[in-house]
Design a protein around this ligand. Structure first.
Ligand code: ADP
Length: 505
């Protein structure tokens, strides 16, 4: 094994778990390999055929992914090819069944429709493993579910005694169990590596979506481009489109949905400052998408503004920055998407820009993901690196909640904050809120400061609450198009139990 590693790949030692997995495969044991992107999963199925002299069959979801792998394997002097449903030339298939290739990549669709005689001939020639790359596609709990993946277990009867190997970077236990069950794995060897990508810096920033932020975004990306490497800007699930985009959308409505408009606007803004940018999304034709992809891989485009459709096939080692403009669908999706950055191990940066409303529906903070969050944001993120002093905010929270209550609980945040800050606006005077004892007690802080505190008090459960009030202190409700804020049951309990120090003088 070591001599193969040195001879074909030029590496002197195995990375964690590689040797164990390869050993188990050679002993014909089923294996599940759950390791971070860039940790070297591919080597686990690349080495066994070179040691045993038998063919490795690898199911892979994307032609582009297979093409990249085949190309780099051929450059190392390894006989590799791929089979997809669109291929009309039967040469690869004919050669493959004689055992000609050391590694044969195949799409899940092709694997299901190819005649069983192909498998029996190849089996006679010798198969050392049947690997399912990106195995999370098997699971409906995963983020890239593919129906064809679910049927792969049918091949078990055509390939008796061939070890099945699932490989994925998706960490959740549900997905792992699903892969083992779906592939009918027998007592598999399970290798779970570390998920800490030490070379990735993670940061989050709250934004108000609009033209002003667009300028900031473009400036930030310009800095990234100047520092070298490629950048991906993912426009993710954007629930509310701010005024500015609505305005533009009247102009472009026939051409774009709001969502694609966002991509288009960022793309345009980058182009205007001379950055070579491209776009990639589902509404583009396949030729245009392939071209964008190709140019990005060849470094002719420095920035790709894309939906998450620009995904699995992106095996580019030197992506230095991944920006999420909007909240990802889940923490697992975020891990995968941001994980496309820094595959070569060099320090790289992931920023997530979000508006509060992005979190209204996303399950980003689902409890189940907490372990992954803990693993992810460990020492190399904006939270850990900027030392923040902890501060007791009980008094300010008490003030804000009492003021919201005193104003009747049927306003948005602005009015109670104005009252706290001592405003004498017409609205405040008309309602005689200037007579409240709290009027002016919060003038030491800005309106934005109070709003941030209010968001903290609302966001302990992050969604907009319907009926389930107990995990937050304030409740935000949407009535028609107005947001109103009131004190929740938990907030009431807090107010009645607050210590005398927490209360305003
Ligand atoms: P994954 O499939 O887990 O995302 P890859 O298999 O693409 O990761 O490997 C990432 C990089 O690490 C590749 O450039 C690969 O050649 C390199 N690599 C893999 N194993 C080793 C090793 N034992 N020593 C040094 N580099 C390795």
């Amino acid at each position: 094994m070591e001599s193969v590693l040195k001879k074909y790949f030029g590496y002197s030692e195995f990375r964690p778990y590689q040797e164990e997995v390869i050993g188990k495969i050679i002993e014909k044991s089923d294996c599940l390999v759950v390791m971070a992107t860039g940790s070297g999963k591919s080597l686990c199925y690349q080495v066994p055929p070179l040691v045993t002299g038998k063919t490795a069959v690898i199911v892979s979801p994307l032609i582009s992914l297979m093409q990249d792998q085949v190309m780099s394997l051929k450059q190392r002097g390894i006989k590799a090819e791929f089979l997809g449903s669109a291929q009309t030339d039967s040469t690869v298939q004919t050669k493959a069944e004689t055992g000609h290739f050391q590694l044969l990549f195949i799409t899940p669709e092709k694997a299901m429709i190819i005649p069983t005689s192909f498998w029996s001939k190849l089996l006679n020639a010798g198969i050392c493993l049947f690997a399912v790359d990106e195995a999370h596609c098997i699971s409906e709990w995963g983020h890239d579910f593919r129906v064809e993946y679910k049927q792969l277990d049918k091949l078990r009867s055509s390939l008796p005694d061939v070890p099945f190997v699932g490989l994925t970077a998706t960490a959740t236990e549900k997905v792992r169990i699903d892969i083992i069950n779906s592939l009918k794995m027998k007592d598999p060897y399970v290798a779970i590596g570390s998920f800490d990508r030490k070379n990735l810096f993670y940061g989050v920033k709250q934004i108000n979506r609009g033209l002003l932020f667009m300028d900031e975004l473009v400036q930030e990306i310009s800095k990234f481009v100047a520092s070298g490497g490629s950048t991906i800007v993912y426009c993710t699930t954007i629930k509310d489109v701010e005024q500015v985009f609505l305005f533009f959308s009247f102009l472009f409505l026939s051409l774009f949905s709001h969502f694609f408009l966002m991509i288009y606007l960022i793309f345009k803004a980058l182009q205007e400052v001379g950055i070579e940018a491209g776009t990639y999304h589902g509404q583009m034709g396949s030729k245009a998408r392939e071209k964008s992809h190709r140019l990005f891989i060849r470094d002719e485009l420095h920035v790709m503004v894309a939906t998450i459709a620009f995904g699995m096939g992106i095996d580019k080692p030197d992506i230095r920055h991944v920006i999420h403009y909007g909240c990802p669908k889940s923490i697992e999706s975020y891990y995968q998407e941001s994980g496309r950055c820094g595959r070569d191990g060099i320090a790289s940066v992931c920023w997530l820009y979000y508006a509060r409303s992005d979190f209204a529906k996303a399950d980003f903070y689902c409890g189940e993901s907490q372990t992954l969050i803990n693993l992810l944001f460990a020492g190399n993120c904006d939270n850990c690196m900027v030392s923040k002093r902890e501060r007791d905010m009980s008094r300010e929270s008490f003030l804000l909640m009492t003021c919201i209550k005193s104003c009747g609980g049927h306003w948005g945040l602005n009015l109670p904050i104005d009252v706290l800050r001592g405003s004498r606006s017409k609205k405040v005077l008309d309602a005689q809120f200037d007579k409240l004892p709290l009027h002016g007690l919060g003038k030491d802080y800005t309106s934005n400061w109070w709003k941030e505190l209010a968001y903290q008090l609302i966001s302990h459960d992050l969604a907009i609450h319907v009926g389930k009030y107990d995990s937050c202190y304030l409740v935000e409700t949407i009535k028609d198009i107005y947001r109103t804020v009131s004190v929740s049951q938990k907030g009431e309990r807090y107010l009645s139990s607050a210590r005398p120090d927490d209360q305003p003088p």
